[in-house]
Design a protein. Structure first.
Length: 487
């Protein structure tokens, strides 16, 4: 038992008065800055710390919940979270929120699939928590914690910081304004930044430049893993668990269900949390860097912008496309001659066509002539990428979005993928959309704008040829129809 590891807390919650929502929202992000923190009155050493929340926003049903954290009458930080109610368009709502709150889309992408159904193996035993069989119509809320910000100067040690964050988290999840959640999630954070080694560092290194780059990468990853672990431990103390590598490519995706959430007397001590192994605790392997580097270089072969400069005859618009040379229009012959030998070199080095998602990259760029050769080399035409999209979905999602690619070319690529390469139009992404749904989304994105002059037009009709080629055998899914309607 570790219930005695931290002092008991007295908890209250209150809402500020006399301020607009915007004023209070701003306060949540700046209220804990040192310049705005008043000094507390000296407190009796035997009195327990008193934590309370000043809620800036607390949604009635869905949306953001934000609060300032007050410790012994001093504002020390803020906490932000987001509620999403389970529904038929659960994943679409998470995608929409993800445009501003990427961590939510990443976490829910690993935890849920179409309609908010649980998909990761770690949650299989908690299906009844999320959807009770005896109460199938009961609303279920997912809560994504965005951040818990505490002023660093408030702590004398990492253990003290862990204690406060754990206590804030535990009280927040029990608060009457918040406690309707059934599953809560969190994506750990770090402030290591992008990987970069300056030319000065490389030129001053006496040995092989690649050695110093790998060494700097090892140092960066070690620091990042340390920060991820420190950020995760307070969550482990109240019952959160980490998704394994089979469920997520990301380290530090945490989740908790109501049944997993620990009562106050059972929360873990800091030392117990440190003993709990996380994926970030594993030694950093330089082979991971080498593999990612090879994958990045392989992808850049397809995605780099410079390729189009040598293929100006691919650039056309709806007025000139019918005048292109048929062989170039159909097969991108020069592109294939240029890239296939380089692709062979990467394969010989150990690069994987499927792990690198090369076919998806070619589909994104609408490189018609590359698709069949890549599939003949072993690329899986029906493979899902990290966004749960197939090459056919990617082609459909980009119809009309590139000025050098008109609907005729898209239709030809879709025909080739379907007829020659056996692409399955019935496959669904995690939201339940087929390739048709992705085409509808692209159609909604570009409709109403004439890209040639940038002026609005009354309407852009759906291309019936593309619609028919992409329509699933059983007709559009519910998610497809929501995509078409824009909801």
């Amino acid at each position: 038992g570790s219930g005695n590891a931290t002092p008991d807390l007295t908890f209250t919650s209150e809402k500020g008065e006399g301020e607009t929502d915007v004023d209070r929202l701003i306060k949540a992000t700046i209220g804990a800055q040192a310049s705005n923190i008043s000094q507390p009155d000296k407190q009796d050493a035997d009195a327990p710390p008193r934590i309370k929340f000043v809620f800036i926003s607390a949604p009635i049903r869905e949306g953001r919940v934000a609060a300032e954290i007050v410790l012994n009458d001093v504002k020390i930080g803020s906490i932000f979270a987001e509620f999403v109610c389970k529904s038929g368009n659960f994943v679409e709502k998470c995608e929409l929120i993800g445009r501003e709150f990427l961590d939510l889309e990443i976490a829910t992408g690993d935890l849920f699939r179409e309609g908010g159904q649980l998909q990761c193996e770690e949650l299989r035993d908690f299906q009844d928590d999320w959807e009770p069989k005896n109460r199938p119509m009961e609303e279920a809320y997912y809560l994504q914690i965005k951040h818990i910000y505490i002023q660093e100067t408030e702590f004398d040690s990492e253990e003290e910081k862990s204690n406060i964050v754990m206590q804030v988290l535990h009280l927040f999840l029990k608060d009457p304004k918040v406690k309707r959640w059934k599953i809560a999630g969190y994506k750990t954070v770090h402030d290591v930044g992008e990987f970069y080694v300056s030319d000065e560092v490389i030129s001053s290194y006496p040995g092989n430049p690649e050695e110093v780059i790998e060494q700097k990468w090892l140092e960066r990853e070690t620091l990042k893993n340390k920060q991820i672990g420190a950020d995760a431990r307070p969550f482990l103390r109240v019952g959160f668990r980490e998704l394994g590598s089979k469920s997520s490519e990301h380290k530090g995706i945490l989740f908790v269900t109501k049944n997993m959430f620990l009562p106050e007397q059972e929360v873990l001590s800091n030392s117990q949390a440190l003993e709990t192994k996380l994926r970030c605790d594993a030694p950093v392997d330089v082979e991971e860097y080498r593999k990612d580097k090879l994958k990045t270089e392989f992808l850049s072969l397809i995605l780099k912008e410079g390729i189009d400069e040598e293929l100006d005859n691919r650039r056309f618009n709806s007025q000139t496309s019918l005048h292109r040379v048929p062989e170039t229009y159909d097969a991108d012959g020069e592109l294939v001659k240029k890239l296939m030998p380089k692709i062979e070199e990467f394969i010989a080095k150990g690069a994987s066509l499927n792990e690198s998602y090369i076919l998806h990259a070619a589909a994104h760029r609408h490189y018609l002539g590359l698709l069949k050769p890549l599939i003949d080399k072993g690329a899986d035409v029906n493979a899902f990428d990290n966004n749960s999209m197939t090459p056919l979905m990617i082609v459909a999602a980009n119809v009309g979005k590139r000025i050098e690619v008109n609907a005729d070319r898209s239709l030809r690529i879709i025909w080739d993928l379907r007829s020659l390469c056996k692409a399955d139009r019935n496959l669904r992404d995690r939201a339940g959309r087929t390739a048709l749904g992705h085409y509808y989304m692209a159609w909604r994105d570009v409709r109403g704008i004439d890209r040639e002059v940038g002026a609005p037009i009354k309407d852009t009709p759906i291309n019936k040829g593309i619609e028919e080629m992409l329509c699933p055998d059983g007709g559009p899914t519910e998610a497809d129809m929501r995509a078409k309607a824009g909801c």
